[in-house]
Design a protein around this ligand. Structure first.
Ligand code: GUN
Ligand code: FE
Length: 525
């Protein structure tokens, strides 16, 4: 059937009549274009696959496969607060709503109940890889175990917080926080080990320490260090986390950065004389290639340069930035500097589950910037300057700042961009042979036309399209119950795909796959 995936910040590839083979380890074994139905068995044989031993999933018109969506920033324990608290800005929102809700996760039964619901819900929305925050409690181990059991690819972090929080929700000391974190990391690595994990597809791109390439874990669920933000972590704690990353370069880290003006002022007040909020993390050696920085709304050009120099990644959480009145992150400037950027839902700062919503908010955010700054020229614009962007392609300086984010760029951020920020670009993000098969099987209303053709004694799809158009009847899908996708039967895949990104939802997800295994979706294949 049809495959849609991202090739770069500016290119989506649409492949019709594709034949994609996934082996028993969940790796993409081959991808062929323009294979007709009667050639399938022969093509399988050519790859040494016996037709009878392979499950063949044949997609109908209006269905397509796309890479799984990647959410690089969200908070599992805030699930029950979703859609509530929009009257606050960040710091009041944290103390009035968020810390009280998170404190309840001292209770393992509460944690089990909420974590199981939220992971299931997020998988249903098509999130195949998720960077999760837990709480300060050891019950975060339950969150990791649930992601593992449900088969989601995930980075799960126990929060570090030893200052400026609340007496009922704070760790007793930096040493205790560090010791609990060591214990947590060990637990997750043991509990969520995957004995059958494939070896990396492409060349390992782990950093090198002392001339050695560190082992890079292939586990689907991995621990991630999670200093909540500089405000809630003492110097001793942040320094201890920097030491842990020195000892263990495979360990990623996630935190919040420059989300809200009052937060930035508070953070700066804790480091007299420091040049910037970003520099505070750098002081403790926390900015690395496996660091995920959420929000990044209020960053100077030199802070963006520092993030680029450290090769850290950014999670753009536009829905949350609107909801908590934080501001609008300058994603185009980040891209124009060649920084890795991805999308985050940031529930419950953000009110919407899933990366399709995050993508729409990112689109809107980029359009508000264009609206307000229409007449401004990008600051870097000297026409002969060029920049190597994060997809490895050289473009003129200020290329992205000239307009709103395109469908191609938004889709990149939701898939390949997320893979880059998670340092999984060699494993996931698009359908390159050798990568793992993390994918969504999407169906839209056009399926009914093919079904009608089949029901009608094998009349051709084209005949059915002609009939549907001639009859003047509504072509609302009856095989799919998302009426938002109102597709004319003759619409091409590019329009169908754009409509899905901007109006589709869980109801259009027939199946959700991680590493070749179905973990969700509306139908068991
Ligand atoms: N900064 C520190 N903690 C949080 C949080 O839970 N959500 C958001 N949006 N920002 C934060
Ligand atoms: Fe957050």
């Amino acid at each position: 059937g049809t495959l849609v995936h991202s090739l770069s910040l500016t290119e989506i590839e649409y492949l019709e009549d594709a034949l994609l083979g996934v082996d028993e380890r969940g790796t993409i074994a081959f991808l062929e274009k323009s294979v007709q139905q009667d050639q399938v068995d022969a093509r399988l044989q050519a790859h040494g696959w016996a037709a009878g031993e392979v499950q063949v999933i044949e997609m109908q018109r209006g269905e397509f496969l796309m890479p799984g969506l990647i959410d690089t920033h969200t908070h599992a324990p805030q699930y029950l607060n979703l859609g509530y608290g929009q009257q606050y800005e960040l710091l009041d929102w944290l103390s009035n709503l968020t810390f009280p809700a998170e404190a309840k996760f001292a209770d393992a039964a509460h944690a089990r109940r909420v974590y199981d619901s939220v992971v299931e819900r997020v998988i249903s929305a098509g999130t195949t890889t998720c960077c999760w925050y837990g709480t300060i409690h050891s019950t975060t181990k339950i969150l990791a175990a649930i992601c593992h059991r449900r088969g989601q690819r995930a980075f799960v972090g126990k929060c570090n917080m030893d200052r400026n929080s609340a007496d009922y929700y704070q760790e007793e000391s930096a040493q205790k926080s560090l010791a609990d974190t060591e214990d947590y990391v060990k637990f997750v690595r043991a509990r969520c080990a995957d004995p059958e994990a494939p070896t990396p597809a492409a060349k390992q791109n782990g950093g090198t320490v002392g001339g050695k390439t560190p082992r890079r874990s292939t586990a689907l669920v991995q621990p991630i260090l999670t200093p909540r933000f500089a405000i809630s972590c003492s110097d001793e704690l942040m320094s201890g986390l920097g030491d842990m990353m020195d000892r263990d370069p495979d360990l990623p880290l996630q935190t919040h950065l420059a989300e809200n003006p009052a937060e930035v002022d508070f953070a700066l007040s804790l480091y007299p004389g420091i040049e910037s909020y970003t520099a505070a993390y750098d002081r403790f050696r926390l900015l690395r290639r496996n660091t995920v920085l959420a929000h990044c709304v209020f960053l100077s050009a030199s802070e963006l340069d520092l993030i680029k120099a450290r090769d850290s990644g950014i999670s753009h959480c536009a829905n949350s930035n609107f909801n908590l009145r934080s501001g609008t992150a300058r994603v185009a400037d980040m891209l124009d500097k060649g920084i890795k950027v991805s999308l985050g839902t940031d529930n419950s700062g953000g009110t919407a589950i899933g990366i399709l919503s995050a993508l729409r908010s990112a689109s809107t955010a980029s359009k508000t910037i264009i609206f307000h700054e229409r007449d401004k020229k990008p600051e870097t614009a000297s026409s002969d300057d060029s920049v190597i962007n994060t997809d490895g392609i050289s473009r003129p300086a200020g290329f992205f700042a000239q307009s709103h984010l395109s469908v191609e760029t938004l889709f990149y951020l939701a898939t390949l961009g997320g893979a880059q920020v998670c340092n999984l670009e060699d494993r996931i993000g698009n359908f390159v042979v050798g990568k793992e098969f993390d994918a969504l099987l999407v169906h839209t209303g056009q399926k009914t036309i093919a079904s009608a053709a089949a029901a009608n004694g094998g009349a051709s799809i084209d005949d059915e399209i002609e009939k549907a158009l001639a009859s003047g009847e509504s072509v609302l899908a009856d095989g799919v119950d998302n009426p938002a996708l109102m597709l004319e039967p003759d619409e091409g895949i590019e329009r169908v795909f754009e409509k899905f990104l901007f109006t589709g939802d869980d109801r259009n997800l027939r199946a959700v796959f991680v590493r070749g295994r179905q973990i969700g979706g509306r139908e068991i294949l």
